[in-house]
Design a protein around this ligand. Structure first.
Ligand code: G6P
Length: 613
């Protein structure tokens, strides 16, 4: 969380930084700030609110600095305010810093510094870090880069930082541990950012800093050093393949809607070159070397957070159904702290859109340290999770910018479905005929997802009727149970309506007490092995006057007789139904949120990339 951007070159740096911050706003948006040189003096401009508030704040000031750093914040230490916004100055105002991450031992350092007379303007851990650097530089009378290095070797926590220096205006210093930092290389100019989206407009040559590396960057060169021992590192320059249009709204009102509508394409892209139903081939080159570990695994542990955790639940059902391998799905945040039993040979699959979720990363490190094979299912190429895994499969959904995850979820299901089927084939737990049928069915999914877009108008009408509800219940069974969880999560994230997802049969052990004529109950009731049971659950809700919105398979004749509203989706195999059935639920939450006047792409308190635990 928090987005950072920096620039050094010959262009107007503030324009590049502000535009970059707008691209990174998904990482946090409670306050923003920028450092520039103004009449040769290092100056900070900071504002609580969105990047556009900062833009407004500085619009009268003529900023022609060719070096700048900027930050968009998701508050951890200290509430959103002008003073807690980054950048932060050192005590003598000669250094300025932006930071994404958390300094865990900041309190002890702050206490020491305060005793030495340091006065702090904010409640942040970041301001402590820059004072600490200043203090070391003064005490050791050493160059800034050495003071930065010494400070970073003493702090505990995660960081991606960029520092500007009044005494050396033609250089910035950057460093990372745990939080991401990408450096774009231009002609006598460098761009720095938390991800590549602020950079791709200017260059496609980038270097992803590794953990515990720092970069000394002037207009003409970048020197990378190890923080631990000051050893110079050879930068590994990569070519970005991202297109600019992939990170723009392309005529849609919101990124979320655009991303919902991209799903037929993104699912197709995810299968492209991997799935060939005609020849019965599934090629997953990313996990080639660990294929046997997967096939022979006694169990699989899936770790993830949020929507990715829901994808993990669907994967559990897929692996157990096809490959007959027991699967445990764990919240990464719980797994990492509860001394889990991990045996040599266990396969851990980490699922993450951003590839930067701190808890998922830590869970992977833990599993690795205990001898497990760790595979990643990740969207962001080059991200930390992709790099920490032994091997992995990218979801290739393209940049997802709306904070509520949509196309990343369906792409994750696609990848996990392919891994499960391939593993099953190698284990001999699926017949050839069924395997081929499943591949053929999988190839049809993009077209079926596209068909769901025709439901948009009907869902808008339903949204209008339910937009003022105070609670929602989402129920499903089997493969559709995780879809119920995901539907509820989407609604609460962006419309702030309380929503719960439950296994339909569990309803009678609690949530049924909530049902009355005010309670909308969304059933995912497609034609599958638990269809008859779900029909009974619908009856139970109707008997208590609940208002039923049912997502059903096309042509269902029974449920329309009992539900208040039915949303018909194309039928498919039950294992793939989550890919189809989730689409109307995404649209429902989207329309309700828009009708309630909520900020769909940047819901309050949330961030897309949760780089703190
Ligand atoms: C945040 C996002 C969710 C996402 C979750 C896990 O909470 O708002 O949309 O599902 O993090 O993120 P990851 O990037 O690891 O999938």
């Amino acid at each position: 969380m928090c987005g950072i951007v920096g620039y050094i070159g010959s262009r107007k740096a503030s324009d590049i930084v502000i535009k970059g911050l707008q691209r990174l706003e998904y990482r946090g948006y409670d306050s923003a700030g920028i450092s520039v040189f103004l009449e040769d003096k290092l100056k900070n401009f900071k504002k609580q609110g969105k990047v556009k508030d900062l833009q407004e704040h500085i619009k009268q000031i003529s900023l022609d600095s060719t070096v700048a750093i900027g930050h968009t914040r998701w508050a951890t230490h200290g509430p959103p305010s002008d003073s807690n916004a980054h950048p932060h100055f050192s005590g003598n105002q000669r250094l300025s810093i932006i930071h994404n991450g958390i300094i865990e031992n900041y309190a002890a350092i702050k206490k020491d510094l305060a005793e030495k007379g340091h006065i702090f303007q904010s409640e942040t851990d970041t301001e402590v870090l820059i004072h600490f650097i200043e203090d070391i530089q003064e005490n050791l009378a050493c160059p800034l880069e050495e003071a930065v290095r010494q400070a970073l070797n003493q702090i505990i926590g995660a960081y991606a930082i960029v520092i500007m220096d009044q005494d050396n205006p033609d250089r910035v210093i950057a460093a990372r541990k745990g939080s991401p930092l990408v450096v774009g290389i231009g002609e006598s100019e460098y761009f720095l950012a938390s991800d590549a989206t602020p950079i791709i407009e200017y260059t496609n040559e980038v270097v992803y800093l590794n953990d515990m590396e720092m970069a000394l960057i002037t207009r003409e060169q970048m020197i990378i050093k190890k923080i631990e021992n000051n050893e110079t590192q050879e930068p590994y320059i990569q070519k970005l393949e991202m297109e600019l249009e992939a990170i723009e709204k392309g005529g849609f009102d919101h990124f979320m809607l655009k991303e919902i509508y991209e799903q037929n394409r993104s699912i197709y892209d995810c299968m492209r070159g991997r799935l060939d139903a005609l020849s019965g081939k599934l090629t997953l080159g990313g996990i080639r070397n660990y294929q046997d570990n997967l096939v022979n695994a006694e169990r699989i542990i899936i770790v993830a957070c949020g929507t990715s955790w829901h994808a993990g639940l669907v994967a559990e059902y897929m692996f157990e159904e096809f490959a007959r391998i027991p699967v445990e799905v764990e919240y990464a945040s719980e797994f990492r702290y509860r001394n889990p039993v991990i045996k040599e040979g266990d396969v851990v699959i980490a699922i993450s859109q951003s590839g930067e979720t701190a808890d998922t990363l830590a869970a992977m490190e833990l599993a690795k340290s205990k001898g497990a094979i760790v595979l990643g299912v990740c969207n962001v190429v080059g991200s930390s999770i992709a790099r920490v895994s032994h091997e992995g499969v990218y979801t290739h959904a393209g940049p997802e910018i709306g904070v509520a995850s949509t196309k990343a979820f369906t792409a994750q299901l696609t990848v996990l479905g392919m891994i499960a089927l391939k593993t099953a084939k190698h284990r001999g737990t699926i017949s050839d005929v069924r395997y081929r049928e499943m591949l053929v069915e999988m190839e049809q999914i993009p077209a079926k997802v596209k068909k769901c877009f025709e439901l948009n108008e009907q869902i808008e009408t339903i949204s209008e009727l339910f937009k003022d509800s105070r609670n929602f219940l989402y129920l499903g069974r089997g493969f559709n149970f995780p879809v119920a969880l995901e539907g509820a999560l989407k609604l609460k994230e962006i419309s702030y309506i309380h929503a719960e997802g439950y296994p339909a049969a569990e309803m009678k052990h609690g949530p049924i007490a909530l049902i009355d004529e005010e309670m909308p109950v969304v059933f995912i009731a497609t034609r599958d092995s638990s269809y008859d049971k779900v029909v009974s659950n619908i009856q139970e809700v109707k008997a208590r006057k609940g208002r039923v919105i049912a997502v059903v398979s096309k042509g269902d004749a029974l449920i329309p007789k009992m539900a208040d509203f039915v949303i018909e989706v194309p039928d498919t195999n039950e294992a793939f139904m989550p890919l189809v059935a989730v689409v109307p639920l995404q649209l429902l939450s989207y329309h309700i949120a828009v009708m309630r006047g909520c900020n769909v792409d940047q819901p309050r308190n949330l961030a897309k990339s949760v780089t703190v635990e």
